[in-house]
Ligand binder design. Structure first.
Ligand code: UD1
Ligand code: CA
Length: 473
């Protein structure tokens, strides 16, 4: 939309009602930092943007540096309120109309801003702003729009003495204001007893000057401001349920949608089933006909068609190809790849490893820095010892190899094609293709010895010691 509007996002405040060490605008809402929500809208509308930073500005600047829409930052060195924050940007105003958004109103949409701009233009208003009716007296923290028939003003929560059920038009904190009016009026705003200058006092000033004020009312859910962790939780539930609804409409079955955590940039496909308490986090992509069972966590995971992720599995930054199976209780991470139809079973960790087509590691195993070919079988309790305390090394297991249970493979080591490692082996040297490697102590069996230990040990320790010495081991 071609525009002579410039946007200003207020993001310098102290977040005191969050009671957390980090500034609230750095908290994520469905995997995206709160400050990015207004910026997404401004980016979509192609409006040049200034962001007012101050409290913990290094955190906000860090987020903005990685953001795809370039914005300029203006510093508010002392946090003296929203009016003061806007005043700090005065030297940088370049356009005739200023669109000002509180940084903590993440659910405002592009359509709402477009409507505000349209109404502002069509009515030739001096100030337009977004509001919402909500008669619930437990909704606190908002300025209330008071219209006494002659003048309009916004009265902040802490100064409001009226009936909240009657005077229930709440200010969203999103304003479109003519620059000429701001140039004249903003410097004259008074400081409140709290030491702050309120941007909202501009409404009363405009009203006194008989300027045209336009109010655009939208549903309350979209004006929700985030001042507390509880409000963040409520807003996140709204965004999350929108995301889930949209995937349901595309054929994804959620067994218990209220228990699922899902981020904004996750992609799912039809006929996939998401179980109870599953977390689908940033960048996860799931194919068709996939089953993800209860309490699994997928973070940056790529899952191919018809794969099965059994319950309590954690897959982060790893790929699981079509028809592969993972879990229950498995961890696949650090850019590992499980090729098609491979199986990683319970209590198996796979890190920086590739597991080939139809290869299996079904129980109690650690595979780290390993390249495993096709149709290999990794027995229960196998450990690739990739770290010797000083440096890390790779293990190669070629196609069709069989690793017997409870084997330790000391990297760097290669197990050749179709080779067999006997159970309980500690492999320190590479095994050629089709060889059998046995690396364990021979068994000693002492006939009739068990009763001797069980029965006589307590009474005749000296005799037992003597027997042990004479029989040897
Ligand atoms: C503000 C409005 C209130 C409105 C509500 C909507 C004022 C005085 N009140 O109240 O009418 O209903 O938003 O959510 O504006 N900020 C700065 N510098 C400061 C103070 C704040 O940049 O010195 C930024 C904050 O980072 C935040 C935004 O301004 O993003 C709003 O500040 P906040 O303290 O949350 O205002 P509210 O009390 O919610
Ligand atoms: Ca707020």
């Amino acid at each position: 939309m071609p525009t002579r509007t410039q946007a200003i996002v207020l993001a310098a405040g102290r977040s005191s009602r969050f009671n957390t060490s980090a500034i609230k605008l750095s908290f994520t809402l469905c995997g995206q930092e709160m400050i990015r929500y207004p910026l997404n809208v401004l980016k979509a509308l192609k409006i040049k943007t200034l962001v007012v930073v101050g409290y913990q500005q290094e955190i906000i600047r860090g987020i903005l540096d990685k953001y795809s829409y370039p914005v300029e930052c203006v510093e508010q060195t002392i946090q003296k309120g929203t009016g003061h924050a806007l005043l700090c940007t005065r030297p940088y105003w370049t356009e005739d109309t200023l669109l000002i958004l509180n940084g903590d109103v993440p659910l405002i949409t592009e359509a709402h801003i477009a409507e505000l701009m349209k109404r502002h233009r069509s009515t030739a208003a001096t100030i337009s702003f977004i509001a919402s009716y909500n008669a619930d007296p437990s909704v606190i923290g908002y300025g209330r729009v008071i219209d006494n028939g002659e003048q309009v003003s916004i009265v902040e929560q802490r100064e409001f003495t009226g009936d909240p059920a009657r005077e229930c038009r709440l200010n969203a904190g999103v304003y479109l204001i003519e620059r000429a009016f701001l140039e004249d009026t903003l410097p004259s705003l008074e400081t409140h007893p709290s030491g702050e200058i309120f941007i909202t006092d501009l409404i009363h000033k405009a009203s006194e000057q008989k300027k045209k004020i336009e109010i655009v009312d939208i549903p309350f859910d979209h004006v929700r401001g985030i001042n507390t962790l509880k409000e963040l939780w409520v807003a996140e539930r709204l965004v999350r349920s929108d995301i889930i609804n949209s995937w349901m409409a595309q054929g994804v079955r959620f067994i218990a949608p209220e228990s699922v955590v899902i981020d904004y940039d996750v992609t799912l496909s039809p006929d996939t089933v998401i179980g109870y308490g599953v977390q689908l986090l940033k960048g996860t992509q799931v194919g068709r006909k996939v089953t993800i069972d209860a309490f699994s966590v997928l973070d940056g995971a790529i899952i191919g068609d018809s794969a099965i992720i059994h319950s309590h599995s954690v897959i982060s930054h790893a790929s699981v190809h079509g028809m592969a199976q993972v879990g229950p209780f498995a961890r696949v991470h650090q850019h590992s790849t499980l090729h098609a139809e491979s199986v990683v079973g319970n209590f198996v960790e796979v890190s920086k490893t590739t597991l080939g087509h139809k290869s299996k590691a079904k129980h109690l195993t650690y595979l780290g820095q390993a390249q495993i070919g096709k149709e290999a079988n990794i027995g229960a309790g196998t450990i690739t010892c990739n770290y010797n305390g000083v440096s890390k090394h790779a293990t190669i297991i070629e196609d069709g190899a069989f690793i017997g249970s409870n084997s330790a493979l000391l990297a760097p080591v290669t197990i050749g094609k179709e080779a067999i490692v006997a159970a309980g082996s500690t492999i320190t040297e590479s095994v050629p293709a089709q060889a059998l490697a046995i690396a364990r102590q021979r068994q000693t069996t002492k006939l009739h010895y068990a009763p001797l230990i069980k029965g006589k040990h307590a009474q005749a320790p000296d005799k037992l010691k003597l027997k042990l010495a004479t029989q040897g081991s």
